[in-house]
Design a protein around this ligand. Structure first.
Ligand SMILES: [Mg+2]
Length: 203
């Protein structure tokens, strides 16, 4: 049942921390490079964070293929596939992520290929990560605004700083397993901790 008559709801979900583990943390664990553990939860400025990651990888001579191998070994969070399948049977769902297609595809396969709007990576001739291409600045927020413009009621869920603008732009913003810091900074968003709670909020 739709909550508002006449308007169709669409759900925008963050990927890392909501459906799959943090990709960079998994890479940090496998490569044992501590600096790669930093995420947007720790460094809110995405460009600062990405520039740091690229230089750290080069310093440690880690090529894109190595990262892709680590990601291929990752699994969605426990219960994520079942949650997503159920949600997709009831709502249109788009995964909005700041990650990269070069990283995400093995995980998308495990999630049954949901729609994913994200970014692209570029490597140099040796296979090192050289550049990242954001489709646009604040891509998550702009996707939500665009969906609203074409008549959808947008519900968005995310866990981190890079989701805040998306949650603000949505008709309904929901936090999923956020850090304490974010909960106290943004009390306007409801907080969910399980897929059952999140599903209940979304449908
Ligand atoms: Mg996240």
């Amino acid at each position: 049942m739709q909550k508002m008559s006449g308007q169709i709801s669409i759900c925008c979900l963050d990927l890392e921390g909501v459906l799959v583990p943090e990709i960079w943390i998994s890479v940090a664990e496998k490569t044992r490079i501590k600096e790669l553990r930093l995420t947007t939860r720790d460094v809110p400025d995405y460009h600062v964070l990405m520039r740091r990651r690229i230089s750290v990888l080069r310093e440690h001579r880690i090529k894109l293929a190595v990262i892709q191998k680590v990601i291929t070994g990752m699994k969605p969070l426990p219960g994520a596939s079942a949650f997503l399948n159920k949600l997709r049977s009831l709502r249109q769902v788009i995964v909005l992520s700041d990650t990269y297609y070069e990283f995400a595809m093995p995980l998308m396969k495990k999630l049954g290929w949901p729609s994913l709007f994200c970014n692209r990576l570029e490597t140099d001739r040796e296979g090192y990560l050289a550049r990242y291409h954001l489709r646009q600045e604040n891509g998550k927020e702009k996707a939500v605004k665009a969906l609203k413009r074409i008549g959808f009621r947008v519900q968005a869920a995310g866990d981190s700083y890079n989701d805040i603008e998306m949650l603000k732009a949505a008709d309904e913003g929901i936090l999923f397993r956020p850090p304490v810091r974010i909960v106290s900074e943004f009390p306007q968003f409801s907080v969910t901790r399980t897929y059952k709670e999140l599903l209940k909020k979304l449908v």
